[in-house]
Design a protein around this ligand. Structure first.
Ligand code: FES
Ligand code: FES
Length: 157
């Protein structure tokens, strides 16, 4: 590819290498080049949080991150949290509390919840609301999502 660069980084604990345009969005590299389609696109403008992933222990909107910024970083996506046979406790709590409906916001909600519980293992409801303030959901009315995070915090603490 013209103007492509080689970028090496860690994805869910594995070394990966891509050769692509330096301004290609991390979101697109994950979905189109590495086939990690768990991360979703909502707004594409940094407003909805559907594309949230962890980058070096910090939650980022992958629609706003050019792949050129990813050299040598650690990326964690929803695929790295758990899988169908071995759900992460946060995923299990979303399942049990009805925290996911259409599922478009869910990977981002899970990653935001993961970051929140890493920083604050026992958040109260206000802290959960604040922790998920950057993530929008059109379906659930949020209460079941907040219940899910509370339940996950009880399991994880
Ligand atoms: Fe990235 Fe909405 S798709 S914040
Ligand atoms: Fe549909 Fe949240 S479950 S947008």
């Amino acid at each position: 590819m013209k103007n492509s660069v080689k970028i090496d980084f860690k994805l869910n604990g594995q070394d990966v290498s891509v050769e692509t345009h330096p301004m290609k969005r991390l979101l697109d590299v994950l979905r189109e080049e590495l086939d990690y389609t768990g991360t979703k696109e909502g707004c594409g403008e940094g407003e909805c949080g559907a594309c949230s992933v962890m980058m070096d222990q910090t939650l980022v909107n992958s629609c706003l991150v050019p792949i050129a910024q990813c050299s040598g970083v650690d990326i964690l996506t929803v695929e790295g949290l758990g899988n169908q046979e071995n759900l992460h406790p946060i995923q299990q709590a979303f399942l049990e509390c009805g925290g996911a409906q259409c599922g478009i916001c869910t990977p981002g909600m899970l990653m935001a919840s993961f970051e929140l519980l890493q920083k604050n293992p026992c958040p109260n409801e206000n802290q959960i609301r604040e922790g998920l303030a950057g993530n929008l959901c059109r379906c659930t009315g949020y209460m079941k999502i907040f219940d899910s995070v509370k339940k996950a915090s009880e399991v994880l603490k």
